[in-house]
Design a protein around this ligand. Structure first.
Ligand code: NCD
Length: 330
């Protein structure tokens, strides 16, 4: 496959030359070369974002609506910055101040957003499948910024970009994902993305926080964190998603930290050169200790945030090419 920087147009195995997806709703629907292409395209935006002038006007005149029905810091801000750096008019809709609070249905909200002739809509919603529901009702591309415990595709892409830049490639890396796998859309999207690109994925957490059907995602399942860490290349730490828990899943945060917290002793015992990741927001002293989280050599936490802006610029650019009449891959 050619690199996007080559002057020759990029073609799919089926002979087409355009990114064949209207929306970005999940990683599960993407082919490995489509994921690689998204990562390749993000590289140019990493470079631009490191310059003092960070503007490219390719989305000038377009309107991007960020409709967030759930709280967010990183994802909302980075989609907003991404759209603005590409020259789009970006508006944020906060559910707390919207007509949702007045009883409007999700479909009526979607129809309303559509009537405003947005050119891309970015949606975060607390229910799995809600983003698909809206995508079915609007004409423009829809990007999933996280739907319930289903998927968070741009998070997996930015995590993939971070791993690829730090480790050189994704294929062949062993990635241990630790924590609340049951409720985490980040875990799900990352598992699918990493497996699609040829990484070995281990998941580890208390049995109560591992989905019953997790083996179907072709991962190695552990409940012993030390065993799961041994020999891995990357440790991806996840927050306990308390807001999605009904009932008691763990005895206490202290007990959880004792068994599944990433500490200096644990990392040392595991040996090797383990790269530590976390999508944020993190609960210091629960799933990770500060000395690891704040060490830029071992931890990529702020780098992941940086990659998030570049990755979202790539996604907005690629998905609006049809409406901008830009042909092909580049
Ligand atoms: C994650 C999310 O919202 O799913 N955060 C993020 O997007 N950076 C993870 C989380 O909330 O724990």
């Amino acid at each position: 496959m050619t690199s996007p920087n080559d002057s020759s147009p990029r073609t799919y195995p089926d002979g087409s030359d355009a990114f064949p997806h209207h929306n970005l709703l999940d990683i599960a629907g993407l082919q490995p070369w489509e994921i690689e292409y998204l990562l390749d395209e993000a590289e140019q935006w990493v470079d631009l974002n490191r310059q003092s002038s960070k503007h490219d006007d390719r989305l000038a005149g377009l309107t991007v609506i960020n409709a967030f029905f759930e709280n967010s810091t990183r994802t909302l801000l980075s989609f907003e910055i991404a759209g603005k750096r590409l020259g789009a008019d970006v508006v944020n809709m906060h559910a707390a101040q919207s007509s949702i609070k007045k009883g409007e249905t999700l479909i009526d909200t979607a129809v309303t957003l559509n009537a405003m002739r947005a050119d891309a809509i970015v949606i975060r919603h607390g229910s799995s499948g809600a983003v698909q529901l809206i995508a079915d009702k609007v004409d423009c591309p829809v990007l999933n910024a996280g739907d319930g415990s289903h998927e968070h595709p741009t998070q997996a892409l930015l995590d993939g970009l971070t791993i690829r830049r730090r480790k050189g490639n994704i294929s062949g890396q062993t990635v241990t994902i630790c924590g609340d796998i049951l409720h985490s859309r980040v875990a799900r999207s990352n598992i699918i993305c990493l497996r699609t690109l040829g990484a070995i994925v281990r998941v580890v957490g208390p049995p109560s926080l591992l989905p019953a059907a997790i083996k179907e995602l072709d991962v190695e399942v552990y409940t012993d964190f030390d065993a799961a860490l041994k020999g891995c290349d990357v440790a991806m730490m996840l927050r306990l998603q308390n807001e999605r828990m009904q009932g008691q899943f763990i005895p206490s945060p202290t007990e959880y930290h004792h068994l599944y917290g990433l500490t200096e002793e644990r990392l040392e015992k595991a040996g090797g050169d383990i790269l530590v990741m976390h999508p944020g927001p993190m609960n210091r002293g629960v799933e990770i200790v500060s000395s690891i989280a704040d060490d830029p050599e071992r931890s990529t936490i702020t780098e992941q945030v940086e990659m998030g802006v570049a990755m979202r610029m790539a996604c907005l650019d690629i998905l609006t090419r049809r409406s901008r009449n830009v042909e092909g891959w580049t």
